[in-house]
Design a protein around this ligand. Structure first.
Ligand code: ADP
Length: 411
């Protein structure tokens, strides 16, 4: 593949589509943008190219296909060089079930398996399928690759992924822990290995991806061996609006004693809980830090619980891993909130964690590196880059027969 090769990365959500044109060798971003507010009256598409930001509205019925057509006809038509250098399209697909432990070139069988996993990701997998179909029409003949959020966690052992429920639920219905954010945890693992000067298959880390959604993964010899999200992205850590772990008896209590219906329970656990639910103010960490500093008790409590629960997971993963080469913070909160990092590690001095105050304060806005003191357990901040992983995987899977293939990328 020539140095000018590019990959189009598509991330289709239920009401949005994020796109990025990436150099798979360097990770450099030529163009990025987002179609948003599908089905909400006035969808928009915004994009950034050569430092210029633009935005326009689309017809009310616009969805994934219309955004991709707009990208081809309106945005890329102004930059033929980029269009001509496209070698592949990489799709983020949330759920690959037990079928995919790696990224794959999309064919009819792959589409059918993604379809089979719709029950496990009812909002996300249908959106990915729309995006795959629309991209196929817009870029006929260009190889398309699916990169699954669940793939990295397929290495978990049975004792980590089977729930203590009747086994037939797993056997007959695939009910088990799958985990999410796998592409981010994988990127962080590979990057941590580089920073620690270790081969990837020898690195042991705890990777904490803290964004609006949050999950934490125990990585042994480069492989995920446990992670906090489960059958759905609701399990595990406290998140922006999601509860994370609760007593399952709570659901019965809400239903039988407080007359909640299923939809109300679903809304409450997914959209009204977490930082927002506790603080009664906001799901946004930055806003809560500000409010807490001004004495807002709910904001303070939300941050306290977020950090305490995170610390408990970190401690438990020390029990899972034979050794921990580094704890890594990533995601919008992990990369930027010195307060969350400091409050979390304050619970963990017994495990040898201690922050270098100046390094911790400096690590934000894309800064990468260690934030621990020289003598303490290694703690790193690594800004995640899921798009680059998707672009690399896609470029590496371009078939050798394709005129766009990259003999150098298949090592
Ligand atoms: P998503 O999961 O939607 O990709 P992000 O990874 O972008 O989310 O993370 C969003 C979260 O990061 C928000 O809670 C936001 O407040 C938080 N965040 C971003 N910048 C900062 C900052 N400077 N300080 C504290 N929190 C921040």
């Amino acid at each position: 593949m020539s140095k000018s090769s590019r990959v189009l990365v598509l991330n289709c959500g239920s009401s949005s589509l994020k796109f990025a044109l990436i150099d798979p060798h360097s990770g450099a971003l030529d163009l990025s943008g987002m179609g948003d507010a599908f089905g909400q009256g006035e969808p928009t598409v915004s994009w950034k190219f050569n430092g210029d930001k633009q935005c326009t509205t689309l017809p009310a019925e616009a969805r994934h296909a219309e955004v991709i057509r707009f990208l081809v006809n309106e945005i890329l038509s102004d930059c033929p060089d980029l269009r001509d250098n496209l070698v592949a399209i990489g799709h983020r697909v949330v759920h690959g079930g037990e079928k995919f432990s790696h990224s794959v070139l999309i064919d009819d069988a792959v589409i059918s398996t993604i379809q089979d996993c719709v029950a496990l990701a009812p909002l996300h997998n249908p959106a990915a399928l729309h995006g795959i179909e629309a991209a196929h029409e817009a870029f006929p003949g260009l190889p398309q690759v699916a990169v699954f959020d669940t793939a990295f966690h397929q290495s978990m052992p049975r004792h980590a992924y089977i729930y203590a429920l009747p086994y037939e639920l797993y056997r007959d219905h695939g009910i088990r822990r799958y985990g999410m954010h796998g592409t981010s945890h994988r990127y962080v693992t590979e990057r941590a290995a580089e920073l620690l000067n270790l081969p990837v298959n020898e690195v042991n880390i705890i990777s904490a991806h803290l964004g609006n959604g949050a999950s934490i993964t125990a990585v042994h010899n480069g492989h995920s061996v446990d992670t906090s999200m489960g059958l759905t992205p609701l399990e595990g850590l406290v998140m922006g609006t999601r509860s994370g772990d609760v007593d399952p008896g709570l659901l019965l209590h809400l239903s039988s004693r407080l007359d909640y219906c299923l939809k109300e329970i679903n809304d409450m656990l997914n959209k009204k809980s977490g930082l927002l639910g506790i603080s009664e103010l906001s799901s946004d960490c930055r806003a809560l830090e500000q409010a807490a500093s001004e004495g807002h008790d709910g904001a303070q409590l939300a941050l306290d619980i977020f950090c305490y629960r995170l610390a408990k997971y970190i401690a438990s993963y020390h029990g899972v891993l034979p050794q921990v080469d580094a704890l890594v913070f990533t995601g919008g909160i992990g990369e930027n909130s010195s307060l969350v990092r400091q409050k979390t590690l304050a619970h963990l001095s017994g495990l040898g964690y201690a922050l270098d105050e100046a390094r911790n304060q400096r690590a934000r806005f894309g800064e990468e590196g260690p934030i621990s003191t020289e003598q303490s357990a290694v703690t790193l901040v690594i800004p995640t880059n899921e798009e680059w992983v998707i672009a690399r995987d896609a470029a590496g899977l371009v078939p050798p027969t394709s005129p766009n293939s990259d003999p150098c990328s298949r090592e």
